[in-house]
Design a protein around this ligand. Structure first.
Ligand code: ADP
Length: 399
């Protein structure tokens, strides 16, 4: 059975066509510049490539081109779009409305669009893509939505509430939602399987570190706390996002720099983080290279990330009353041995001891990197959000 997995933004539409028989990716690609031109870059698993400039006034034309590319030409992987059994969509914000993977109806699309105020960059774009997808695919192709926030809906109120007047939580839904839920769910389950233990009884700190980073306490297979908050700005320092900052520093800077709220949001989301502190780049690889050359601000940037991860591990160990394993995933978590070593340094009190040589050698593969006598296991677990979306889609349509 073939499932198309879609991750739509306001001007882009990333996709993977997955054969669930063997969970194999047949092709993947990206339609971008939607609304401002159009371009498709497409690649098949056997190495064929197709790239072209197109005209994508809306997501509908992008979906049409995607289907055309999958079914015709040198990089086609199927004969007819009827071979696609279902479409699974990644949705950023499900708020308190969606706590699980859901079958798409007109009402569901309206609700996703209605949450746009809580995810201005994403949810409206998701709704546009869902409507476009409905136009291009026949009505009997089920569509399914998988929410980044859903996994975190198990957090208790003491973890998700902010200390603001309660009526504003009720009226405006201002609370911690958490993000990267699909990734944390995938890797925490994959880790339990690798450890040969049921999720029940397992206490894991899941560190998803990429351009955006979040850390989650996973107890009994459920999220009980997470570092991202009302938006994906909160938590540890990221590529261009500040991470956690005293709200008074925000209003202070707004006044000093003469910024309006939208400009301040830009400052915190796009000009801060690794980029802002190092002054070099938002990309961890560039910052690490500068560290090697002795750049002090680059060193400060990587030290900040490691220190913050350490604090989350400590606080989530307290929240779970114990810790069985720490896992690292995402572009940085899977590849940067320096970050993993820095975050696990001086954590013997918590029972964490890394096998430093093994850590240095490990890149992007499921590997236990803790020393044999480490009380807490430390693992690298590659994430695969698209596969989880495809699995969820299959499970829901099979019901
Ligand atoms: P996104 O959050 O956009 O999905 P990724 O999970 O792909 O991002 O992570 C991107 C980050 O991973 C970048 O900061 C990049 O520098 C970092 N990264 C990728 N490969 C390596 C590597 N080999 N060593 C260190 N950092 C890496």
């Amino acid at each position: 059975m073939l499932i198309l997995v879609v991750n739509a933004g306001s001007s882009s539409l990333k996709y993977q066509l997955i054969d669930m028989d063997g969970e194999k990716v047949l092709a993947k690609g990206n339609c971008d510049r939607i609304g401002i031109g159009g371009h498709i870059a497409h690649k098949t698993s056997d190495g064929r490539k197709f790239e072209a400039d197109c005209t994508f006034p809306t997501h509908t034309e992008a979906f049409e081109k995607l289907v055309e590319t999958l079914t015709t030409g040198d990089a086609a992987v199927i004969k007819d779009m009827s071979e696609i059994s279902a479409v699974g969509h990644r949705i950023v914000q499900g708020a308190e409305v969606f706590s699980e993977t859901t079958l798409v109806t007109d009402e569901v699309i309206e609700k996703i669009d209605g949450l746009a105020e809580l995810a201005p960059v994403h949810n409206h774009a998701h709704a546009l893509a869902l409507r476009a997808c409905k136009k291009v695919f026949s009505a009997d192709v089920p569509q399914v939505v998988v929410f980044d926030t859903a996994f975190h809906q198990t957090m208790p109120p003491e973890a998700f509430m902010f200390g603001i007047p309660y009526e504003d939580y009720e009226k405006y839904h201002v609370r911690k939602y958490g993000f990267h839920g699909t990734s944390h769910r995938f890797v925490s389950k994959a880790l339990a399987d690798a450890m040969g233990r049921p999720q029940e009884g397992l206490k894991i700190v899941s560190c998803h570190l990429g351009n955006g980073s979040s850390i989650t306490a996973v107890k009994d297979g459920k999220s009980i706390d997470t570092s991202m908050g009302f938006t994906p700005l909160d938590g540890v320092i990221m590529g261009t996002r500040s991470g956690c900052i005293d709200a008074s520093a925000v209003t202070f800077l707004e006044k000093k720099l003469g910024l309006d709220p939208d400009q301040m949001s830009d400052y915190l989301n796009k000009k801060s983080g690794f980029l802002g502190v190092s002054g070099i780049s938002s990309d961890n690889r560039d910052v690490c290279q500068a560290v090697e050359k002795g750049d002090k601000r680059a060193k400060l940037t990587t030290d900040m990330l490691c220190y913050e991860i350490k604090k989350y591990i400590g606080s989530y160990t307290a929240a779970m009353n114990g810790l069985d394993a720490v896992l690292f995933t995402g572009g940085i978590g899977e590849n940067s041995c320096e970050t993993r070593e820095g975050a696990c340094e001086g954590m013997e009190y918590f029972g964490i001891k890394l096998d430093k040589e093994l850590n240095k050698k490990t890149r992007g593969t499921l590997t236990k990197i803790s020393a044999p006598d480490s009380k807490v296991e430390v693992w690298v677990v590659p994430t695969n959000e698209e596969l989880l979306i495809a699995r969820d889609t299959l499970a829901l349509i099979s019901k």
